[in-house]
Design a protein around this ligand. Structure first.
Ligand code: AMP
Ligand code: GLY
Length: 435
């Protein structure tokens, strides 16, 4: 009998909680989060409502409820050292200690680790803590650049030239904005190509890889608008993507393996948990865009919806350093996941409106919602995700849309994610780049 604590209560954590509760290993589920997600609540023996910044309260709660191990969903508690604190009291964690979670927390640290183990995967870049030299470096990159705040910004700290930054002056102004709050930032060469996410289970030494997924970070159809936490994702039944070769996938897998090893060599702390590589296939090969120290959201909903092996068993293998002997396999099915989000998201989201849906629908994953007087209320961030699953990706897309048709509220979503038109345009663009 295992007592399992899930930290967080978004759609990603619904996916995690469902997988734990389906395990053949007997368990009791506990959750800690700021809000009550009714879909997780229904699966739990107990639910502790607190801000995730209150790590000492979470540690006391874990001791009181005799938690055997914890699965950490979001990045902030990882950055704040929740794993260090929980492990001090004997709670093993699926999630890295803060020394290695730095791979997500600090963009500069991530680039340094990559430089040490696979420098060819890094774009040209420079670190800044003042405005000095910014303009000349932007010019050196030919005006094709990306400015990245060096810290956690919920996926919204990155601005790309030609998209968010119309000219050099706007780039300098954003750099000023960051230095005015005492922040550091990176300026990187703007890479051109197709992005994909490859997540791996890691036990400190061994990596076991998940199917590759493509996320859609921009808020609006046709990849326009501001960056978001991710508006939707798809994965194919062959666990690859139609614009990637086997070699590209192998390179990405190898990169995750090298990075996990380098993190240990550099810090002396083994990396245990989910390692998320954000890659781009460019005309010059596979490059790293970013690393995350947790399951992607929405990517978790894709991969966990097709996971064949016992998730809890994988978690136990990770924390016990025994992943080598663990079966990790996925159904050969395509998935399409789409988020419905409040009108105005991400910049000026509407909030506190009622959402109507069938909470018992297994393809629905509630996210930024709370229960108030028995009503489901949207809190302002991404509201709910729906996953369609089928042998054929376009059928999976239709299933996702059918699920979304059953949700109502002041919401919108990207209809183009997972459609033939969008995927064909990606294949065409990549072909042109590789010519
Ligand atoms: P990140 O938070 O680092 O994932 O960045 C958010 C988004 O910004 C990515 O998904 C990319 O679309 C874009 N981006 C980040 N770095 C680069 C880069 N060096 N070149 C082109 N686009 C980038
Ligand atoms: N889907 C992007 C992320 O989880 O950061």
């Amino acid at each position: 009998m295992k007592n399992v604590l899930v930290v967080g209560s978004g759609a990603r954590e619904v996916a995690i909680a469902r997988c734990v509760s389906q395990s053949s290993i007997k368990n009791s589920l506990f959750c800690v989060s700021k809000d009550i997600n009714p879909q997780i609540f229904d699966l739990c023996k107990d639910y502790f409502v607190t801000d995730l910044a209150n790590i000492s309260d979470i540690v006391s709660y874990s001791k009181k409820t005799r938690v055997d191990f914890a699965i950490i969903g979001p990045e902030n508690p990882l950055a704040n050292g929740i794993v260090n604190e929980l492990e001090n009291v004997g709670v093993k964690c699926v999630g890295p200690k803060k020394e290695v979670a730095l791979i997500e927390t600090s963009k500069a640290f991530a680039r340094k680790i990559i430089d040490l183990c696979c420098p060819e995967k890094n774009p040209q870049r420079k670190e800044f803590s003042s405005i000095e030299g910014v303009e000349s470096f932007i010019k050196q990159l030919g005006g094709e650049y990306v400015i990245k705040f060096d810290g956690l910004m919920g996926g919204k700290g990155v601005r790309v030239s030609g998209e968010h930054l119309k000219n050099i002056d706007e780039g300098v102004a954003y750099a000023n904005e960051i230095t005015n709050i005492g922040g550091k930032f990176l300026i990187e060469e703007k890479l051109i190509g197709e992005e994909f996410s490859l997540m791996s289970f890691v036990d400190g030494k061994v990596c076991k890889h998940m199917p590759v997924v493509q996320d859609h970070k921009r808020a609006y159809e046709g990849d326009t608008g501001p960056n978001t936490g991710g508006m939707g994702t798809y994965s194919f039944g062959n666990h690859s993507l139609p614009f990637l070769s086997e070699k590209d996938i192998n390179e990405a897998q190898k990169t995750n393996e090298l990075v996990a090893k380098q993190l240990f060599d550099e810090t002396g702390t083994p990396y245990v948990g989910i390692l998320y590589g954000g890659f781009m296939l460019t005309g010059g090969g596979v490059k790293v865009i970013e690393y995350n120290a947790r399951f992607g959201d929405p990517e978790a909903m894709n991969v966990l919806s097709v996971l064949e092996s016992d998730f809890l068993s994988i978690c136990i293998s990770m924390v016990d350093g025994n992943l080598k002997n663990q079966d990790v396999s996925f159904e050969k099915l395509a998935t399409v996941c789409k988020y419905v989000v409040p009108v105005g998201y991400p910049d000026k989201p509407t909030k506190n409106f009622e959402v109507f849906c069938d909470q018992n629908d297994r393809s629905l994953f509630l996210a930024s919602v709370m229960l108030k007087d028995q009503k489901l209320i949207a809190c302002g961030s991404r509201t709910a995700a729906v996953v369609g699953k089928n042998k054929d990706i376009f059928q999976a897309e239709l299933f996702a849309e059918a699920g979304i048709a059953n949700i109502s509220g002041n919401l919108f979503h990207r209809k183009d994610i997972g459609t033939k038109k969008l995927i064909d345009s990606r294949i065409k663009r990549m072909k042109e780049l590789l010519q």
